[in-house]
Design a protein around this ligand. Structure first.
Ligand SMILES: Nc1nc2c(ncn2[C@@H]2O[C@H](COP(=O)(O)OP(=O)(O)OP(=O)(O)O)[C@@H](O)[C@H]2O)c(=O)[nH]1
Ligand SMILES: [Mg+2]
Ligand SMILES: [Zn+2]
Length: 361
């Protein structure tokens, strides 16, 4: 196996030269089952345990990552657990969200992807507020976003839906397709290039796995029926997996996301709402609430018709979410710093005690 087939390029080659050590070899994480991940290397595939020891904590790994593998038994065995991940190579791109659950942490959904297909279906799943979130995260990730609207065979106003997308996310390629009739699929085949990685992202039931099967030309993945009442999927795909297609492109199938909570959004918000961020700075009062204050640039723009109310509402909501998130991040950082100070003063105390004991002796 040539790792260039799996997306290795000069960027990773350079990074590898900087941190290479004898006994290590590179591989790409191609599937994530939680405790175990599958890694593709020049010597084929290995099953590796996810790093969980205290020492490894903080070593986040995700499908698409390039990692350095170390042979723990020195016999290059392909048995599960015979290899360990020594470190993760710097990422070119990462699509992250805030992980679900109480603990505040980042979850990397896809690493080192060149492009993201943001998928919505042309039924009850079609939702522009959700698309805004995906788009912000995509711009933040560094990968190129493309919007794919699936199930065009179920929709009788496809053109209207496409224009709605264009007006929500201007400047992005949008395609309506059907894997049932094949309509529009040839337009997206041109994105599939050898060594390039594309992640398929969207809610459950939009047809991510169906599209991957269609583009691969065979049934690589299980697909599932959607609910009749609200068109929602039943979370058929349960793990992330990268597939090498016959034409050399790499496609990453992901489980449907219930929600996409932003993790970082500076670049994404600027790309999506740069005009609003600029307007806000033009209000007469620096603490303008944009309600009814005189000289409010936002109200003026809305009244003039140059700013849509719904875009303003989206920005306000997302901005609030980011402020709360920043507050939580700062709080977490403070707690961490306190713990470090406590730990180091404990260690100092222990050292002193040890020193006194030695002196007394
Ligand atoms: N009519 C129609 N149905 C489709 C199309 N694409 C997918 N479907 C159906 O939509 C349902 C869900 O498809 P999946 O591919 O399992 O959806 P998914 O996005 O992978 O869902 P999760 O794995 O749960 O995230 C299946 O019943 C598919 O047959 C399409 O173009 N037209
Ligand atoms: Mg699926
Ligand atoms: Zn204002």
């Amino acid at each position: 196996m040539n790792i260039r087939d799996y997306g290795w390029n000069d960027f990773f080659d350079n990074e590898w030269k900087k941190c290479f050590k004898v006994g290590l070899f590179p591989g790409r994480i191609i599937a994530d089952y939680g405790q175990i991940v599958r890694v593709m290397t020049e010597d084929g595939e290995f099953q590796v345990n996810r790093p969980i020891t205290k020492h490894d904590k903080g070593m986040e790994i995700a499908v698409g990552d390039w990692v350095a593998l170390q042979d723990s038994h020195e016999n290059n065995s392909h048995e599960a657990g015979a290899h360990q991940i020594a470190f993760v190579l710097p990422r070119r791109t990462k699509f992250s969200r805030t992980a679900a659950g109480i603990e505040l942490k980042e979850q990397i959904v896809a690493a080192n992807v060149d492009m993201v297909f943001l998928i919505q279906s042309l039924n009850k799943d079609f939702n522009m507020r959700r698309l805004e979130r995906y788009m912000i995260t995509a711009w933040e990730s560094g990968a190129i976003p493309v919007v794919i609207l699936t199930k065009s065979d179920c929709c009788n106003n496809v053109e209207d839906k496409i224009s709605t997308v264009y007006s929500t996310v201007p400047g992005v390629d949008v395609h309506a397709i059907s894997c049932l009739t094949g309509e529009g699929t040839s337009d997206i085949e041109r994105y599939l290039r050898p060594g390039k990685t594309i992640a398929l992202l969207g809610s459950s039931g939009v047809g991510k796995s169906t599209l991957l099967n269609y583009l691969a030309g065979r049934e690589l993945l299980k697909t599932g029926e959607i609910r009749e009442d609200d068109d929602k999927g039943r979370h058929t795909t349960s793990h992330r997996e990268l597939f090498l297609l016959p034409n050399g492109a790499l496609l990453l199938d992901t489980p449907g996301m219930r929600s996409l909570s932003l993790w970082e959004a500076d670049t994404g918000m600027e790309a999506m709402f740069g005009d609003i961020e600029e307007l806000v700075t033009q209000c007469r009062f620096f603490d303008c609430k944009h309600m009814s204050e005189p000289g409010c640039a936002i109200r003026e723009a809305i009244n003039r018709g140059s700013l849509e109310d719904r875009r303003w509402e989206s920005w306000s909501k997302l901005q609030k979410e980011m402020m709360i998130l920043e507050g939580r991040k700062k709080m977490k950082q403070k707690i961490k710093e306190k713990q470090i100070i406590k730990l180091s003063s404990n260690n100092k105390y222990k050292e002193q005690k040890h020193q006194f004991a030695k002196e007394e002796y």
